[in-house]
Design a protein around this ligand. Structure first.
Ligand SMILES: NC(=O)C1=CN([C@@H]2O[C@H](COP(=O)(O)OP(=O)(O)OC[C@H]3O[C@@H](n4cnc5c(N)ncnc54)[C@H](O)[C@@H]3O)[C@@H](O)[C@H]2O)[C@@H](O)CC1
Ligand SMILES: Nc1ncnc2c1ncn2[C@@H]1O[C@H](COP(=O)(O)OP(=O)(O)O)[C@@H](O)[C@H]1O
Ligand SMILES: [K+]
Length: 504
C-alpha cells in the first residue's frame, strides 16, 4: 500500500528546478508553459461547467514567475472558450513571466482600474500573485483585493500556493486575514506549506501536476514525508506474544476513562495483549468495564519496577488520566526500564517545572505526544516562536519547532493538531495532515488524544520504530475519524479502526 509521500520546502523545489535547467533539457520558459497548461486543465476539471455560467474568470498576476504561470493559464483557459481577463498588480519582472505575458492576447487591466472594470460578473478568480517566492507580508491593498474577491462569493483557485502563505512553513506572513481557496494547483510535489498551519486550513483541494521534473527529483535530497496508509499495519502471522504486550498505566477511581480509551485503542491496532494498570483501589471500577483488556493493580513506582521484570511487556503508555503525582512517581521508573513508551497528557505536564530533568531520562524509543499547550509547557521558547507573528519568509514552522524539540529531548516528538508533525531526534520527520479534503474536524472531541496515545503505544508494542509508530498512528487516527464522520466521539475511534485496517 502507498508508502509515505515526499513533500518539499521552497529551497528543495528550487534545487530540483535548477538541476533541470542546468541539465539543458529544460528552460524556465518550458517549465512555466507546462505548469500553466497543467494548471488550466486542473482548473477546468474542477469547474467543468464554468464556460456555461456566462461568468468571467479573472486571473490575478503578480510580478514573478507565479504571475508568469497566470498568463499561461489565462491563454489556455481562453483557448477553451472561457471568458478570461488578467488583472496585473505589477508588470512582469522576470524574463519567463515577460515571455508568458507577451503570448497573452486577451485583455489585461491594472490594479488601479479594478473598481471601474466593466463587463461580466466574475465567477472564478485565479490567484497567481505570489508563489514560492513570497518573502514578506502582502500589502494591505493586495490582501484587501483577495478578501474582496472572496467576499463577492466568487470561487478562488490558488496557483502553487495561496498568496500570503509561506510555502515552507504554511504560516500567513503578517497579520493578514486570507480567504480560503477551493483548489490549489501545485507543481511536481506538494510543499510543506500546503499542509502546515494556515496553509493547511486555507488551501482547499491540493492537485499536484507533473511538469516533467521527475528525472531530477532526487536533487531535493532527504524529504519530509506525508503519512499515509501502509500494509505494514496488517498482521500476517505469529501468536499474541509476537505482537507485543502493552501496559497502560491508569489513574485512580473515577479517572479511568482516558486510560481505558488508550488501552482499547492499543488492542484494536493489534497489540497482542494489553494490560491496564490502575492503583488497586480502582480495580473494581475497571473490572466492570473491561473484558479483553487485562487488569493489574499497581500501587507505585516500585510495583511498576517489579512488573517490568517481565520482558514481554514491549511498550508502555503513561499519561492519560494518570494524575500528576502518580506520573511523577512512575514515569522515571518506566523510562529507567528503557522500554518503548508513550508519554502523553499528565506524564508531560508533570514535568513542566523542570523539563530538563525529564529530557535527561528520555531515549530513542520514547514518543512524546503533546498538544500545543503541553508542547509550550515543555519547550517554552519554541512555543513562543510559534506564537510570534512572522514578518518574513521562510517563517519558523511547526516542523522546525518539533525537530528542535526532538533533538533537545532525545525522544520522538508528535505535536498534535490538524497538521500533526512528528520528528525523531535525528530530524527525520513526517506530517499527518487532516487538512483540505482530508480534514477531520470531528477529532476535536474530548478523549481523541487518549486514543492517539493508545494507537502509538499499540504499534510500539508490535515493534514499530518510534517515528513509524507515531506517523502511522496519526494517519490511522484521522482516517478513522474521516470514515466515521460527523457525530464522532472518542469511543467511536477504536471501533472504526477495523474498517480502516480492512481497507488496506
Ligand atoms: N520552481 C519551479 O520549478 C517552477 C516554478 N514556477 C512558478 O514560479 C513561482 C516562483 O516564482 P518566483 O520565484 O519568481 O516568485 P513569486 O512569483 O512567487 O514572487 C516573487 C516576486 O514577488 C516579490 N514579492 C515577494 N513577496 C512579496 C510581497 N509580499 N509583496 C510584493 N512583492 C513580493 C519578490 O520580490 C519577487 O519579485 C512558483 O510558485 C511557481 O508558480 C512555474 O513557473 C513552473 C516551474
Ligand atoms: N480540527 C481538528 N482536525 C484534525 N484533528 C484534530 C482537530 N482537533 C483536534 N484534533 C486531533 O485530536 C486529538 C486531540 O488531542 P488532545 O488535544 O490531547 O485532546 P484530549 O486530551 O481531549 O484527548 C489530537 O490528535 C489532535 O491532532
Ligand atoms: K499564488
Amino acid at each position: 500500500m502507498g508508502a509515505d509521500f515526499p513533500i518539499l520546502t521552497t529551497r528543495q523545489m528550487r534545487m530540483v528546478e535548477e538541476a533541470a535547467i542546468q541539465s539543458g533539457a529544460e528552460t524556465g520558459g518550458s517549465l512555466m508553459e507546462r505548469a500553466g497548461r497543467a494548471a488550466a486543465s486542473a482548473i477546468a476539471d474542477h469547474w467543468p461547467a464554468f464556460a456555461e455560467t456566462g461568468r468571467e474568470a479573472l486571473i490575478l498576476c503578480g510580478p514573478g514567475n507565479n504571475g508568469g504561470d497566470g498568463y499561461v493559464i489565462a491563454r489556455h483557459l481562453a483557448g477553451r472558450g472561457w471568458p478570461v481577463r488578467v488583472l496585473a498588480i505589477a508588470p512582469p519582472a522576470t524574463a519567463e513571466a515577460q515571455g508568458a505575458a507577451a503570448l497573452w492576447r486577451g485583455e489585461t487591466v491594472e490594479m488601479g482600474a479594478v473598481s471601474a472594470m466593466p463587463g461580466r460578473a466574475i465567477g472564478l478568480c485565479v490567484d497567481a500573485l505570489f508563489g514560492t517566492g513570497i518573502s514578506r507580508p502582502l500589502s494591505g491593498e493586495i490582501a484587501g483585493l483577495l478578501r474582496g474577491i472572496a467576499a463577492s462569493g466568487c470561487e478562488l483557485a490558488a496557483i502553487d500556493i495561496l498568496s500570503g502563505i509561506c510555502a515552507t512553513s504554511g504560516r500567513a506572513l503578517g497579520d493578514t486575514r486570507l480567504p480560503e481557496a477551493a483548489l490549489t494547483v501545485t507543481f511536481h510535489r506538494p510543499k510543506l506549506g500546503h499542509f502546515l498551519s494556515d496553509g493547511g486550513a486555507l488551501g482547499g483541494k491540493i492537485v499536484t501536476c507533473d511538469i516533467g521534473l521527475e528525472p531530477w527529483s532526487a536533487e531535493a535530497g532527504d524529504c519530509v514525508t506525508l503519512a499515509g496508509p501502509s500494509g505494514s499495519l496488517l498482521k500476517r502471522h505469529g501468536h499474541k506474544y509476537s505482537h507485543g504486550h502493552a501496559l497502560v498505566i491508569a489513574g485512580g477511581p473515577g479517572k479511568g476513562g482516558a486510560a481505558r480509551l488508550a488501552a482499547r485503542s492499543a488492542l484494536r491496532v493489534g497489540a497482542g495483549l494489553v494490560t491496564l494498570a490502575p492503583p488497586p483501589e480502582a480495580l473494581p471500577e475497571n473490572a466492570a468495564r473491561l473484558d479483553a483488556i487485562m487488569l493489574d493493580g499497581l500501587v507505585d513506582g516500585d510495583a511498576l519496577a517489579q512488573r517490568l521484570r517481565d520482558p514481554r511487556i514491549s511498550a508502555l503508555c503513561l499519561g492519560p488520566g494518570m494524575g500528576l503525582e502518580r506520573a511523577r512517581r512512575m514515569v522515571p521508573v518506566a523510562l529507567g526500564a528503557g522500554r518503548p513508551a508513550v508519554l502523553d497528557a499528565d506524564a508531560l505536564s508533570a514535568f513542566a517545572d523542570g523539563p530538563d530533568a525529564l529530557f535527561a531520562q528520555l531515549h530513542e524509543a520514547v514518543v512524546l505526544t503533546p498538544h500545543e499547550g503541553e508542547f509550550a509547557r515543555l519547550f517554552p521558547d519554541l512555543g513562543r516562536k510559534l506564537r510570534d507573528e512572522p514578518s518574513r519568509g521562510p517563517a519558523f514552522s511547526r516542523l522546525d519547532a518539533v525537530r528542535i524539540a526532538a533533538a533537545r529531548s532525545g525522544a520522538t516528538v508528535l505535536l498534535k493538531g490538524p497538521d500533526t508533525v512528528i520528528s525523531c531526534p535525528s530530524g527525520r520527520a513526517v506530517i499527518a495532515a487532516a487538512t483540505g479534503v482530508n480534514a477531520a474536524p470531528w477529532l476535536a472531541t474530548a478523549g481523541s488524544g487518549d486514543v492517539l496515545a493508545g494507537l502509538v503505544t499499540g504499534l510500539l508494542a508490535r515493534g514499530f520504530p518510534a517515528r513509524d509508530a507515531a506517523g502511522l498512528a496519526a494517519w490511522l487516527h484521522a482516517e478513522a475519524a474521516r470514515r466515521f464522520g460527523p457525530g464522532l466521539i472518542a469511543e467511536d475511534l477504536p471501533e472504526t479502526v477495523p474498517r480502516v485496517l480492512g481497507a488496506l
